[in-house]
Design a protein around this ligand. Structure first.
Ligand SMILES: Cc1cc2nc3c(=O)[nH]c(=O)nc-3n(C[C@H](O)[C@H](O)[C@H](O)COP(=O)(O)OP(=O)(O)OC[C@H]3O[C@@H](n4cnc5c(N)ncnc54)[C@H](O)[C@@H]3O)c2cc1C
Length: 361
């Protein structure tokens, strides 16, 4: 008899693993299919010359007691296992703007955040308070973000349409402050007149609430979730690429793997890019209009990462991150040319093995 799982998950990134962890502990039979040798997607690490590098996550927000990621990791039982270090309360990010010698500071805790920026913008208290209040208000409208049940679409609708640029320009005419407030926006590739304020708000809120580093790298998050999933009877197959999502009788009933075999399930979750997912479903169960809409959505740009290992004691370990943006490019990070690239970059110092990590876009 063919084996059928309650849940088949395509991809073992943070999203796929969290789904698998939650569902397997709730008693569902779960199978995760990962095309790569390593699980974790952007949580992966890689090794060069015996040095381990993170491919993605270098700092996390919302891990203070009671905050959102804290609650998720606590529920998953991985909070106490991860080796976390809280970043400097008085500076987690420093914003550097071309042709300006100052380094602007983002501090943890809303009042602390305001007080630090007031040192550089003493006349902007009203704007800073409006900014922080709006971030908190917008974040409060998203039940999932706040790990509460319920909420209706009207609640979110009231804030979904707020544009980042429009809002920030409405609270202050100070161009420098505007640039500083979006100083770390390469994290989510902010685009003028495109990026909704809620995206900006959720990311900033989590880091202002609290900012943390995983001492042994982000792959630990994946490693502990994999253990949980297996402990709950879940199955994880690596080096297993899904090629096709098979529909029979108007319902997805299996996925076809690169070797031609099938994995059967009652429910399927895709952790892949939505366009890739739809491309794998050759069926009319997905309406053409929906396919066109999803295919028509613009992807964000990629990043170029340079990892540098310094000789011991050659460079100090700095606890905060740096974000640099070229003057005049802050709202148009993606409008780069061969001449002006990079329009922005970030520097992250990693805790383990005293590594310096640079990311530019
Ligand atoms: C360079 C970089 C730096 C980042 N820094 C931070 C940070 O500091 N803090 C932070 O909070 N976030 C950071 N992020 C974002 C964070 O890492 C991602 O949002 C998150 O890890 C994405 O998880 P995901 O599950 O959505 O997708 P992914 O991690 O992309 O997972 C998708 C998985 O699906 C698999 N897959 C795809 N196609 C198939 C297929 N056909 N068959 C089987 N498997 C398939 C992939 O191999 C992958 O493992 C960073 C991201 C990057 C890229």
């Amino acid at each position: 008899m063919k084996e059928e799982f309650d849940i088949v998950i395509i991809g073992s990134g943070m999203g796929g693993l969290i789904c698998a962890d939650i569902l397997s502990r709730e008693g569902y039979t779960v199978c995760v299919l990962e095309k790569n040798k390593q699980v974790g997607g952007s949580l992966q690490t890689y090794v060069r010359d015996k040095v381990i590098f993170d491919s993605g996550v270098h700092y996390l927000g919302g891990l203070g007691e009671g905050q959102n990621l804290y609650q998720v990791f606590k529920y998953l039982g991985i909070l106490d296992k991860l080796k976390l270090q809280k970043m400097d309360e008085d500076v987690f990010d420093k914003i550097i703007i071309e042709n300006d010698e100052k380094e602007y500071v983002f501090a943890q805790g809303y009042e602390n955040f305001i007080q630090h920026l007031l040192k550089d913008f003493p006349n902007e208290e009203k704007a800073l308070r409006l900014y922080c209040d709006k971030i908190k208000e917008v974040c409060s409208k998203f039940p999932l973000y706040n790990l509460r049940a319920g909420g209706n679409i009207d609640e979110k609708n009231a804030v979904l349409g707020i544009d980042t640029k429009g809002f920030i320009e409405s609270i202050t005419n100070n161009k420098k402050l505007q640039t500083v407030l979006i100083g770390n926006s390469m994290l989510y590739v902010l685009q003028s007149d495109k990026t909704p304020f809620y995206v900006h708000a959720m990311i900033l809120n989590s880091y202002i609430e609290s900012s943390w580093k995983c001492i042994d790298g982000g792959s630990d998050i994946g490693k502990y979730m994999v253990k949980n999933i297996r402990d709950h009877g879940g199955v994880i197959h690596r080096n297993t690429e899904v090629k096709k999502i098979v529909v029979e009788g108007g319902k997805v009933n299996s996925v076809e793997l690169a070797d031609g075999s099938h994995v059967y399930g009652k429910n399927f979750i895709s952790n892949m890019h939505p366009v890739r997912t739809l491309d794998m479903i050759e069926s009319t169960i997905i309406k053409q209009a929906y396919r066109h809409r999803i295919r028509g959505l613009e992807n964000s740009i990629g990043g170029f990462v340079l990892n540098i290992v310094f000789e011991k004691d050659a460079y100090p370990y700095i606890k905060n991150n740096f974000y640099y943006v070229k003057e005049g490019q802050e709202w148009i990070l993606t409008a780069y040319t061969e001449e002006n690239w990079p329009t922005c970059y970030a520097i992250f110092f990693l805790l383990h093995q005293d590594r310096l990590y640079m990311l530019s876009r």
